[in-house]
Design a binder for this molecule. Structure first.
Ligand SMILES: [Mn+2]
Length: 260
């Protein structure tokens, strides 16, 4: 079983239907660590106000995290905008879990990483959804719909060319610009604080890359992409995309019976 130095997770959105709690439990089982960082939007209080979708597996996630903290793993929770209610408790502890507005993690090779959720650097939250919605397949479909649309427009005597796909593409471009803006803002804030890098979440877009000499790391999410960041014992950071392991006959049963 691989054991890593640190695990960084964000945007789990417990309490929503879309939350991939089973997969997350598999991931957590695979990666015991010395440090576990939960970088915001862990529990989705916003969604829970609209409709409650709290499953037994969501309890299990909380129980597993509490147990890891109790067994000596350093667990730090940095609340995000969906769990901002917890921000009032920054600087305190919930049992063995520290709640902090932000945190600085030093990697095994001595790099200082600023840990934040990142919503304060988000100018327009809603745009990023376009990226997820409009994959290549959707784009191709738009192109073929557009062929029909221009046919209809011609039949109706409407002149001039208007491209639905082009319209969608401009929207996607806006979404990508939003992501670049977000990344740049986060990076600059980290650089201003003389950090080697920054680990955040919020935009549901996992990444590890160097921008302007600063390491930009985004944990991604557990509602769609199922990604997390791990730090190995040599300080190397790795983006893990969780691909479901084949389920053994008792793989799910023990989640509920295991002692916590
Ligand atoms: Mn967020």
């Amino acid at each position: 079983m691989p054991h890593v130095r640190s695990v960084f997770l964000s945007d789990i959105h417990l309490g929503t239907k879309a939350c991939q709690a089973e997969r997350l439990l598999d991931f957590l089982r695979e990666y015991p660590a010395d440090h576990l960082y939960l970088l915001g939007d862990i529990v989705d209080f916003w969604a829970m106000k609209r409709s409650l979708a709290w499953r037994p597996t969501h309890n299990t996630v909380i129980q597993k995290v509490l147990r890891r903290a109790r067994h000596g793993e350093q667990v730090v929770f940095v609340p995000g905008n969906h769990d901002e209610a917890v921000r009032a408790y920054c600087g305190t502890r919930f049992g063995d879990i520290r709640v902090e507005k932000e945190w600085v993690h030093e990697t095994a090779d001595g790099k200082r990483l600023l840990l934040i959720h990142g919503d304060e650097f988000d100018q327009v939250t809603r745009y990023h959804k376009w990226v997820a919605v409009l994959g290549d397949a959707a784009y191709n479909m738009l192109v073929s719909i557009n062929i029909w649309l221009s046919f209809v427009r011609r039949c109706m005597g409407i002149t001039g060319y208007w491209s639905l796909a082009g319209y969608a593409k401009r929207k996607v471009k806006t979404a990508l610009e939003f992501i670049f803006d977000f990344e740049r803002n986060v990076i600059r804030a980290a650089a201003a604080r003389e950090m080697h890098g920054v680990v955040c979440g919020h935009i549901h877009w996992a990444a590890i890359r160097d921008i302007e000499g600063v390491t930009y790391v985004n944990c991604g999410d557990w509602v769609d992409s199922c990604t997390g960041i791990v730090e190995h014992f040599d300080g190397r950071l790795e983006l893990v995309t969780w691909v479901e392991a084949p389920l053994g006959q008792d793989a799910t049963a023990d989640l509920f019976t295991e002692e916590n």
